[in-house]
Design a protein around this ligand. Structure first.
Ligand code: 6R9
Length: 644
């Protein structure tokens, strides 16, 4: 087990004025449902709910079932009605350097026009709308317009292939697709509509494709089906009266493949989802809407973009930054330049980005004024202690607390995380279930492990923003999440509890390696590698091995000045051996320039396993950049590492 002794107390000033203090844990423990009923009152309901949870038919939950609300009203109109119409909702920063700030009053008009536009196209309550857009404000507006009229959005990552779009359109039976001519990525316009055209041509069920003009490049056009977003919305009224829907009205479907298998359409509904997204955003980031400038760098097509760009921050009346492009365009300091420009106070990013910044070097963020930052967040993967410390020192200047937030598409919102004004944080640990959340670690038989023990992460009580099912497949919902351990939600992640009972995430259980009868977590070996000064990022997999069952194969990205050599490989192996014990020493270590990642930055170890075992690559449709795999494969001798 990796040992971590460091601990950082919350800043006194932040603690004194924290939105949520230590007593919240106590209150939630005493009366969990009462606690959530109280959080639901953060929202504006047309009909206040009197019921909190209906768990009479597990695992199908209903939260706040007799309440009625409009999600878009909660994210937009009510802030205008409260006198905050002039507050900026979104500072948009385009990759080429164009920028535009949208106030809540303007957002209300835009969302209303878009809602009226969708109605004109025949979209109504319960219909599905696929959204395939770059990171531009229209993505937020489109999602809220759907919510406003009770239609469900299904956002597909901009950049997925035509096949991936088609599979998602078909599964959800979407009747309208909202896309753009393109977006800017890495300094160039990158077309989006051709992939939509290719996907949509396979169905006769898609009635309209609405196209936002972003790049102005020539775009093929299907008369009668295609509609320009600006033409559609400009002819609409900016008035639209939001109808209140039942709390369990479906809000969206979001497909997750995780890192394996056929995508699952995760279904989220309205009242419970918004309650927890709003509460966690308020609690975990300590957002003060009057003074904070919040920035979540996630893509809108990832659940993090849904809950922490759209629904959480907007329901809380936040001012936020939205950035279209990549962190290295036009230079590797782009993120820090944006923090400086807008005086960003709260930053939420993924470990993969943080490790990349670490690789690029400390001198880059050092050139910018980052003194406005007061809370830093991490999400998407376990953050290695080394990357955590780098983030704290070079971005947070040793003062901003880091909140490592564990959650999933399925959980809808954050579940395990420090509270910045309460928790003494530990590098690499997500630590404690949030108030109102019940999570623990169990062994193979489903028995809770004691402190110091390891096993599987489970959630033991329902929570408001839980997925309600897998779209069209209740049985798969039951099988995937509720069958492994009786009465408990199986998250699919390995975890351990340290001596204080704090939770450490150890990676997906599908990725756990079995070496000579020992379970070894990918996260721990990767963290040990990253703690060596020559390594910026690492991915390890278990590859079939005749003597040990599986052998550990490591792919590493070296830091700026380091170069691959036999000596370095030997040193890294010994370093892992010294940190974790000889059993965890990788059998092979290869330096690579890039690792295969999903669009949300998760390493696709499954593909690395294919490489390490000399197999043909499995499904690569959710990979950000498929050329990465060619590079990695070209490094391997034809015999690969496998003994087969
Ligand atoms: C929000 C999101 C979910 C999986 C999850 C876990 C990993 C996310 C993490 C983390 C360790 C964290 N994960 N946050 N692991 N520490 N703070 O990422 O949703 O894309 O559905 O992925 O991501 O493995 O099970 P999603």
């Amino acid at each position: 087990m990796l040992k971590e002794e460091r601990k950082f107390a919350p800043p006194a000033e932040l603690s004194a004025h924290a939105n949520v203090k230590a007593d919240a844990y106590e209150r939630a423990r005493e009366d969990r449902l009462g606690f959530w009923a109280e959080q639901a009152r953060r929202l504006s309901w047309e009909t206040e709910p009197t019921e909190t949870l209906d768990w009479s038919n597990p695992p199908f939950a209903k939260w706040f079932a007799d309440g009625k609300l409009n999600v878009a009203y909660n994210c937009v109109d009510r802030h205008v009605e409260a006198g905050n119409g002039d507050r900026v909702a979104i500072h948009f920063e385009g990759e080429p350097g164009d920028s535009r700030s949208i106030t809540y009053a303007q957002l209300k008009d835009e969302v209303s026009r878009a809602a009226n536009g969708l109605i004109e196209l025949g979209v109504g309550k319960g219909d599905r709308v696929a959204v395939y857009l770059p990171m531009i404000p229209e993505a937020v507006i489109a999602m809220l317009a759907c919510a406003r009229i009770g239609a469900m959005h299904s956002v597909v990552f901009g950049g997925f292939s035509a096949d991936a779009i088609a599979a998602r359109i078909a599964d959800a039976d979407a009747k309208v697709v909202i896309t753009a001519d393109g977006g800017y990525r890495r300094g160039k316009p990158s077309a989006l509509k051709p992939a939509v055209d290719a996907a949509v041509s396979r169905f006769d069920t898609v009635e309209h494709v609405v196209v936002v003009r972003r790049t102005g490049e020539d775009t093929a056009w299907t008369e009668g089906r295609d509609v320009w977003w600006h033409e559609l919305t400009e002819r609409q009224s900016a008035e639209h009266t939001p109808e209140a829907f039942e709390a369990e009205q479906p809000l969206f479907i979001l497909y997750t493949s995780g890192t394996t298998g056929k995508p699952k359409g995760i279904l989220h509904t309205s009242g419970g989802y918004l309650t927890q997204a709003s509460f966690t955003h308020h609690a975990v980031f300590d957002l003060k809407p009057e003074t904070d400038v919040y920035w979540c760098t996630a893509d809108i097509g990832w659940v993090t973009g849904h809950s922490y760009i759209v629904y959480g921050p907007l329901s809380n009346g936040a001012t936020q930054v939205m950035y279209e492009g990549t962190p290295d365009t036009p230079h590797q300091g782009r993120f820090w330049e944006i923090v400086q420009k807008y005086g960003v106070t709260i930053l939420y990013a993924a470990p993969t980005a943080i490790r990349t910044f670490m690789k690029w070097g400390d001198d880059i963020p050092a050139k910018f004024d980052l003194s406005s930052l007061r809370v830093l967040g991490s999400v998407g993967e376990p953050i290695n202690p080394e990357a955590w410390m780098w983030y704290r020192k070079n971005i947070g200047h040793d003062k901003a607390p880091i909140v490592d937030t564990w959650w999933q598409t399925e959980t809808g919102s954050m579940m395990i995380s420090p509270l910045p004004g309460v928790t003494a944080t530990k590098p690499g640990s997500a630590q404690t279930p949030l108030p109102g959340i019940s999570a623990t670690v169990v062994d193979d038989e489903g028995n809770e492990v004691g402190n110091g023990g390891g096993g599987y992460l489970v959630l033991t009580e329902p929570w408001p923003s839980m997925l309600r099912t897998i779209w069209g497949d209740d049985q798969r919902f039951i099988d995937t999440y509720w069958s492994r351990f009786e009465g408990k939600y199986f998250a699919g992640d390995g975890a351990k509890k340290d001596e204080d009972g704090d939770i450490w995430l150890l990676g997906r259980v599908d990725d756990v390696m079995l070496v000579s009868g020992h379970n070894i977590s990918t996260t721990e070996v990767e963290s040990a590698l990253v703690s060596h000064p020559a390594v910026a990022e690492a991915a390890v997999v278990g590859a079939a091995d005749q003597t040990t069952g599986q052998a550990i194969v490591a792919f590493v990205i070296l830091r700026g000045s380091a170069t691959e050599s036999e000596d370095l490989v030997a040193e890294l192996r010994n370093h892992v051996g010294a940190t974790l014990g000889p059993i965890a020493k990788p059998k092979r270590i290869m330096a690579v320039a890039e690792l295969p990642k999903t669009r949300s930055g998760k390493i696709m170890r499954r593909l690395l396993r294919d490489v390490a075992e000399n197999r043909e690559l499995g499904d690569v449709t959710t990979l950000t950049d498929s050329s990465v795999m060619d590079l990695i494969q070209s490094k391997l001798p034809a015999s690969g590492g496998s003994d087969d």
